[in-house]
Design a protein around this ligand. Structure first.
Ligand SMILES: [Zn+2]
Length: 296
């Protein structure tokens, strides 16, 4: 395994971001493990690249294999930059969430279509010398989400299309008061990572969809016992195979190229407000892979 330059990297169509208890995906053939250098530092782990259901995929473990990296410590920019460098156009993100609604039960899968971001992280490639403001009104790729949802339905799983994901900083779970307030705001599921990834993918013009595996009822539920790591891991281990089955079915169903039904491939168009002639050269070099279409 070696660090490779961009021109030596294999071209990959689909990225898979695995979360808690999702550290590998079986069935990938012709595996190559690649460490990708980024101007933002180290990615969470090496990328596992290979062929799955006839398509080129790259798998990355968000918390590192074995889970050493906390949500606030994840180098989100490096991870998404890594996918972009590989040529990935679509990222399927899998994460564990708590449910804030009675009808969204542990074991269910939610493809959320909105976020409420309560984190305090820098979740942009554009800072310190360059400003860009992407539209985040439709934060996930509706086309990719629909294919994932349909795959889940065809597999006979309990899946929900749409919903609001509240993203908290963590690492502690919510208090009961917070959990009740998030419910009153109309949020559906709660997690610690996905809003940040979605923003960066949109800036990088990558289609992004998140598959939320419901592991618990957070802490608001009066009957169920409050969320604990033990409950989460037990439920996730039981359900992770569902996510993998959906991914395989989705990858089979996806056309090799984006069809143009979504606007993700042009999400950065007209969003960079800094004039090209005042953007420092080192930033132009650093973000070349992200904004080459718009900044010369
Ligand atoms: Zn899209």
């Amino acid at each position: 395994m070696a660090v490779k330059n961009k021109e030596d990297l294999p071209h990959v169509e689909i990225g898979i971001l695995g979360g808690t208890e999702f550290y590998e995906i079986e069935g990938i053939e012709h595996i190559e493990e690649v460490q990708i250098e980024t101007p933002f530092g180290k990615t969470s782990d090496n990328f596992i690249i290979g062929t799955l259901e006839g398509k080129r995929v790259a798998f990355l473990s968000r918390h590192g294999r074995g889970h050493q990296i906390l949500p606030s410590e994840i180098n989100y920019r490096a991870n998404i930059y890594g996918f972009k460098k590989l040529g990935v156009e679509r990222v399927i993100s899998v994460s564990a969430v708590g449910s804030l609604k009675e009808e969204i039960k542990p074991g269910d899968i939610v493809f959320s279509d909105q976020f409420f971001d309560r984190t305090r992280r820098n979740s942009s490639f554009f800072y310190e010398g360059i400003a860009a403001h992407i539209s985040f009104a439709q934060p996930v790729c509706a086309e990719l989400s629909t294919v994932l949802y349909e795959a889940g339905k065809e597999l006979g799983l309990r899946v929900h299309q749409g919903g609001t994901y509240i993203c908290i900083e963590g690492p502690a779970f919510s208090t009961k008061a917070e959990s009740r307030i998030y419910r009153s705001w109309g949020c559906d599921v709660i997690g610690m990572t996905s809003a940040t990834e979605a923003k960066l993918c949109r800036e990088a013009e990558i289609c992004y969809s998140n598959m939320n595996l419901v592991s618990d009822y957070d802490v608001w539920h009066e009957v169920e016992e409050p969320v604990s790591v033990e409950i989460i891991l037990e439920n996730l281990r039981r359900n992770i195979h569902k996510a993998k089955a959906i991914i395989k079915k989705t990858i089979t169903a996806l056309p090799p190229k984006r069809s143009g039904q979504c606007d993700c491939a042009e999400a950065l168009k007209d969003c960079i407000v800094t004039q090209s002639d005042v953007i420092p050269e080192e930033i132009k070099e650093k973000l070349q892979i992200i904004f080459a279409k718009y900044v010369k």
